[in-house]
Design a protein around this ligand. Structure first.
Ligand SMILES: Cc1cc2nc3c(=O)[nH]c(=O)nc-3n(C[C@H](O)[C@H](O)[C@H](O)COP(=O)(O)OP(=O)(O)OC[C@H]3O[C@@H](n4cnc5c(N)ncnc54)[C@H](O)[C@@H]3O)c2cc1C
Length: 480
């Protein structure tokens, strides 16, 4: 309930402050400045300049010394294994011991400020505008309540509330005035988890059953209810129709506001259903613009093959296609589940094999972007420096312009790998930060995951620490 209130606060703030928008539009026009050349902080970039992640001062220039000290402190905490492993329990216990207000007073200037964009319109807009001045755009993230019962008599109320949160957040994102605003969504918050599992079991490879994708897309298009899907029960079919109605409303806002939506991927036992919905949403929304993007987790062995099949389906239907490429966030749970249930591990055996998969997916998408301008859009969502460099090199090799909207996008999480995002943004690549909006209480599970994720990208964290320390050293100890 509290969440509803804070979104309302945000929207109220927005309505009062629409006079501010031309200023942001103006800033964005400067930051993106046309299709093939652009100017940020007075510098004009050309296609051939090589991206440089080594310039500590440049990468940290938008941060105050205090912010750099905070980042350094948090990154150090992320290297303490016991803290990272038990961080959610430690944070929850500390909150109980200290009381909510003392705990929040401690969290707000530290972990919360590092990873969350804000919990009211003013603070969120400040975050966004600060990033925009260094050429980085917002990819707004909804943090829905987690671990809530979704199968009782009140379940529909929960899904309708989640729908409202998502739609409000979409309106807010569109109103921020950023060029090509984007939002990350989890459709699994709109219907029961059990239904998501059942659909996934019934339709394990959606693009191999195009008639099913067409049926779902047709229902979104015409509001005609689905009457049968595999062996789903009558109750499940009714739940599915309610889910499609909610998703249709998300699509409507996306189309009206020209807002790109990126559908998140989750666990393998849920992904086929999410994949089916994302493909149907593409058939419904992606006319001449890739408004809907699906996520491809490249730690899964089969991902590049699924990506190829999905592309084929989109091309057959003559719609644009969007792919967000990630390595994948649920490696430990996926491995544990496979071993517990006795099925083959779906995750690549090694990090190198995951990277090989990632590179293959990146090549598939980049070649499509180069060959069919405007028809494909790829988001390289990674904190890995080598992956990002490989992406920029591949773009140069294929002649893909850096500043071309909706073709190749780079994205990192807010508060993580800032040296990569800021360097990319300043060099004129389409760069986004995934920024959550919410209060400390709402964001706690998310914050816990970020601390965990920081430890899982240890190479990147070590590098980021080094860059921050170098910048701090220069600022604090240089007498020039
Ligand atoms: C904008 C954005 C959106 C995202 N959306 C999603 C999403 O929808 N779904 C999702 O799952 N994740 C998502 N993520 C999280 C993403 O998957 C993580 O950032 C990623 O897991 C970390 O990978 P990296 O390339 O950033 O860093 P790296 O340090 O290069 O990679 C670490 C990752 O490599 C893989 N890995 C590590 N060790 C091994 C091993 N031994 N064997 C095989 N693989 C290994 C794991 O996936 C691990 O997380 C998103 C991230 C961003 C920035």
């Amino acid at each position: 309930m509290q969440r509803g209130v804070s979104y309302q606060k945000l929207l109220d703030g927005l309505q009062q402050r629409t006079w501010n928008l031309p200023f942001y539009r103006q800033q964005n026009t400067i930051a993106s400045g046309g299709r093939h050349s652009f100017a940020i902080t007075g510098h004009r970039f050309t296609q051939n300049e090589t991206i440089n992640f080594d310039d500590a001062e440049k990468a940290c220039q938008s941060k105050t010394t205090l912010e750099l000290l905070r980042s350094s402190l948090i990154l150090n905490a992320c290297s303490v294994e016991t803290f990272v492993k038990h961080n959610y329990k430690i944070l929850s216990w500390t909150r109980r011991l200290m009381g909510r207000s003392v705990f929040n007073a401690m969290m707000r200037p530290t972990v919360y400020k590092q990873f969350v964009g804000g919990d009211d319109f003013t603070s969120f807009q400040e975050t966004v505008s600060r990033l925009q001045t260094v050429g980085v755009r917002p990819l707004v993230m909804v943090t829905l309540e987690e671990d809530v019962k979704d199968d009782g008599p009140d379940a529909d109320q929960l899904f309708d509330r989640n729908l409202k949160i998502m739609k409000d957040c979409m309106e807010m994102t569109a109103a921020l005035g950023s060029q090509n605003p984007m939002m990350q969504i989890k459709p699994s918050g709109l219907f029961p988890l059990a239904l998501c599992k059942s659909v996934s079991a019934e339709i394990p490879f959606p693009s191999s059953e195009p008639e099913v994708v067409e049926k779902i897309a047709n229902s979104m298009e015409t509001s005609k209810e689905v009457t049968k899907l595999g062996n789903l029960s009558t109750i499940e079919i009714a739940q599915l129709n309610k889910a499609l109605n909610r998703i249709k409303q998300i699509c409507k806002v996306a189309m009206e506001r020209k807002l790109m939506i990126l559908v998140d991927a989750e666990y393998t036992y849920l992904n086929p259903c999410l994949n089916l919905l994302a493909l149907a949403m593409m058939l419904h929304c992606n006319g001449s613009e890739p408004l809907v993007t699906n996520t491809y987790q490249n730690y899964l062995k089969e991902t590049p093959n699924i990506l190829l099949k999905d592309i084929e389906l989109a091309q057959t239907h003559g719609v644009t296609f969007g792919a967000k490429l990630v390595r994948g966030a649920y490696i430990y749970k996926e491995r544990a589940l496979a071993s517990e249930k006795g099925y083959p591990d779906p995750v690549c055996e090694t990090f190198e094999k995951t990277t090989k998969n990632y590179n293959r997916s990146m090549d598939i998408m980049m070649e499509k972007v180069a060959k069919h301008p405007g028809k494909f859009c790829v988001t390289i969502a990674s904190h890995n420096e080598d992956t990002v460099k490989r992406g920029t090199n591949k773009m140069a090799k294929l002649g893909i312009p850096r500043s071309s909207d909706q073709t190749v996008i780079f994205a990192q999480s807010y508060g993580m790998s800032d040296f990569i995002s800021l360097s990319l943004g300043q060099a004129g690549y389409m760069t986004y930060k995934s920024i959550p909006y919410g209060t400390i209480d709402e964001a706690l599970p998310y914050l816990s995951r970020r601390l965990n994720e920081n430890s899982s990208i240890l190479g990147g964290v070590r590098r980021e620490r080094k860059i921050i320390h170098a910048a701090l050293g220069r600022r604090l100890f240089s007498f020039n």
